[in-house]
Design a protein around this ligand. Sequence first.
Ligand SMILES: [Zn+2]
Length: 458
Amino acid sequence: MSLSYAESLSYFPHKGKVGMPELTENVEDLQTKLNQLEQMIRQSHHTVVITGAGISTDAGIPDFRGPNGVWTLEKRGEKPTFNTSFEKAIPTYTHRALCRLEEANYLHFVISQNIDGLHHRSGLPVDKLAELHGNVFAEECEVCHMQVIRPTAVGSYCRKRTGNVCNSMKGRNKSLSCRGKLRDTVLDWEDALPETALKLSEQHCAKADLCLCLGTSLQIRPCRDLPRKTKKNGGKVVIVNLQKTSMDSIASLIIHERCDRVMKHILQKLNLDFEKKSDLNDLSKYSHVKKVVLLLGKNKSGKNYIGRKLAEKLSAILLNINESGQHEYEKTNDRVDTAQPTVNQWTNEKYHADPTYFCRVMLDEKNESCSSNPLWIISGVQHTKEIEYFQSYFYDRLLFVYIEASDDVRKKRGWTIVDTANTECQLDTNVQRSFTFTNNEEDSFDQQMSHLIHMINS
Ligand SMILES: [Zn+2]
C-alpha cells in the first residue's frame, strides 16, 4: 500500500538528504536529556508536537529517509519491503502516548506529515490534529470541504476524484444533501498544503512554549519552518530523531533515540503510563473478534429491537452502552440520605468527562462473553469518541449500520421532542454507513433484515 503511494507521486528530484547514519545516546546522556524534556513538558503552557514517518516505523510502515527508507532505497535502485497494510497497521506506543498527553492537558496540538491515519485511529481528537500531507483513509468534498473517514484506505492518491459524492446535509431544513464530488486527501509533491490545517499549525507553533518534533528529519517545507515560529517567539524546540535534522541548529535539546522509547520514559515520569490504567488497550485480547456491528440512529428508530433480532439470528453477543450507563448509575447512586442526580444528569456528566467511560464499563461487564464470541452487535453509540474508541481496536472489522425511521413513526413509538437535545444521535454526518435500515411501518422489515444478515456474514 505504502509502495503504491510512493509510486503514485510525480517525479520529484529534491527529496532532501537520505540515508544519513542513525545515532544513539549513551545511558547517562539519555537520562539527563529525558529529565530535561520532562521539565520542559511540565513547565510549558502550550505544547505542540510535529510528527514524521519515524513514529510509524514500529507499526511496520517504512520511513522515507532512514537507512531503509523509501527514498533511500530508491536512490540505490531498490524497493522497500512492507510488513503491513495501512488497514492492518496498529497505532504505535508514541501515537497512544500523545493521546494520553493530550487527555492530561500536557499536549495541545499535533501536526503530522504522515498520511497513515494512525493519529486519527489512535483516538486523538480531530480538532487537535492537522494532517498536513493528507490521510489515506479520508475523502474530502470539493464543494463544502467536509471530510469523510473511511474504514479502509481510499486507494487513490494526489487529490484525485474518487467517484464518490458528498452526503452531508445542507439547506435550512437540512433536507438536501451536498452531492459535491469527493477527492482523496493525499498530496503530491507540488500540491499546496490544506489551507486551514497549515494556518492552524502556524498559529499553534507561534503560540507554543514548546515544540516537540518526533521522528522527522524536518526537510520538507513548509513543515520544516514551523519550529522556527516557536523559537522566534521565545519558545523551545526539542527534536527526537535517530538521524540529524535540518533544524538541529535551533533546537534546545536533541535526543537521538527511538520515539517509542522516549515516550515510554516520559509517560512514566509524568505518571501517565498505560500499565496503570486498567483498560482494554491490550489489542491481542480481542484478536478472535471477526466483526463488530455498531448500530447507529436516533431515539426510537428501533435500534434495540433490531439489535436483539440480529443477535438471536446470528448467535452474536449484544452489547448496549446505555444499559451499562443505567447499571453503573444504579450501583453508584444507591444512597437514600442525599439528593441524587437523575440518571440522565449523571450519565451526561460522565459522558462529558470521558465519552468512552461507558464503553469500558460495558466490555468489563460482559467480559466473559466478549472473550468468547467472534461477533458483536453494539447499540447505544452516541458520541464520535465512542466510534474512535472502537476503531482503535477493530478498525477494519467494524460495520456501521444506521437505523432510520421518520419522526412520525418515532413519535408513535414514544419519542418526545423534549429529550432530544442531549440524546439525539448526531453521528450521521461523519460516519460512512455500511448499511442503512429504514424502519418505518411501510418498509419491508424481513427483507432488509435478511440483506443485513447476509452482509454481516459475507
Ligand atoms: Zn459537500
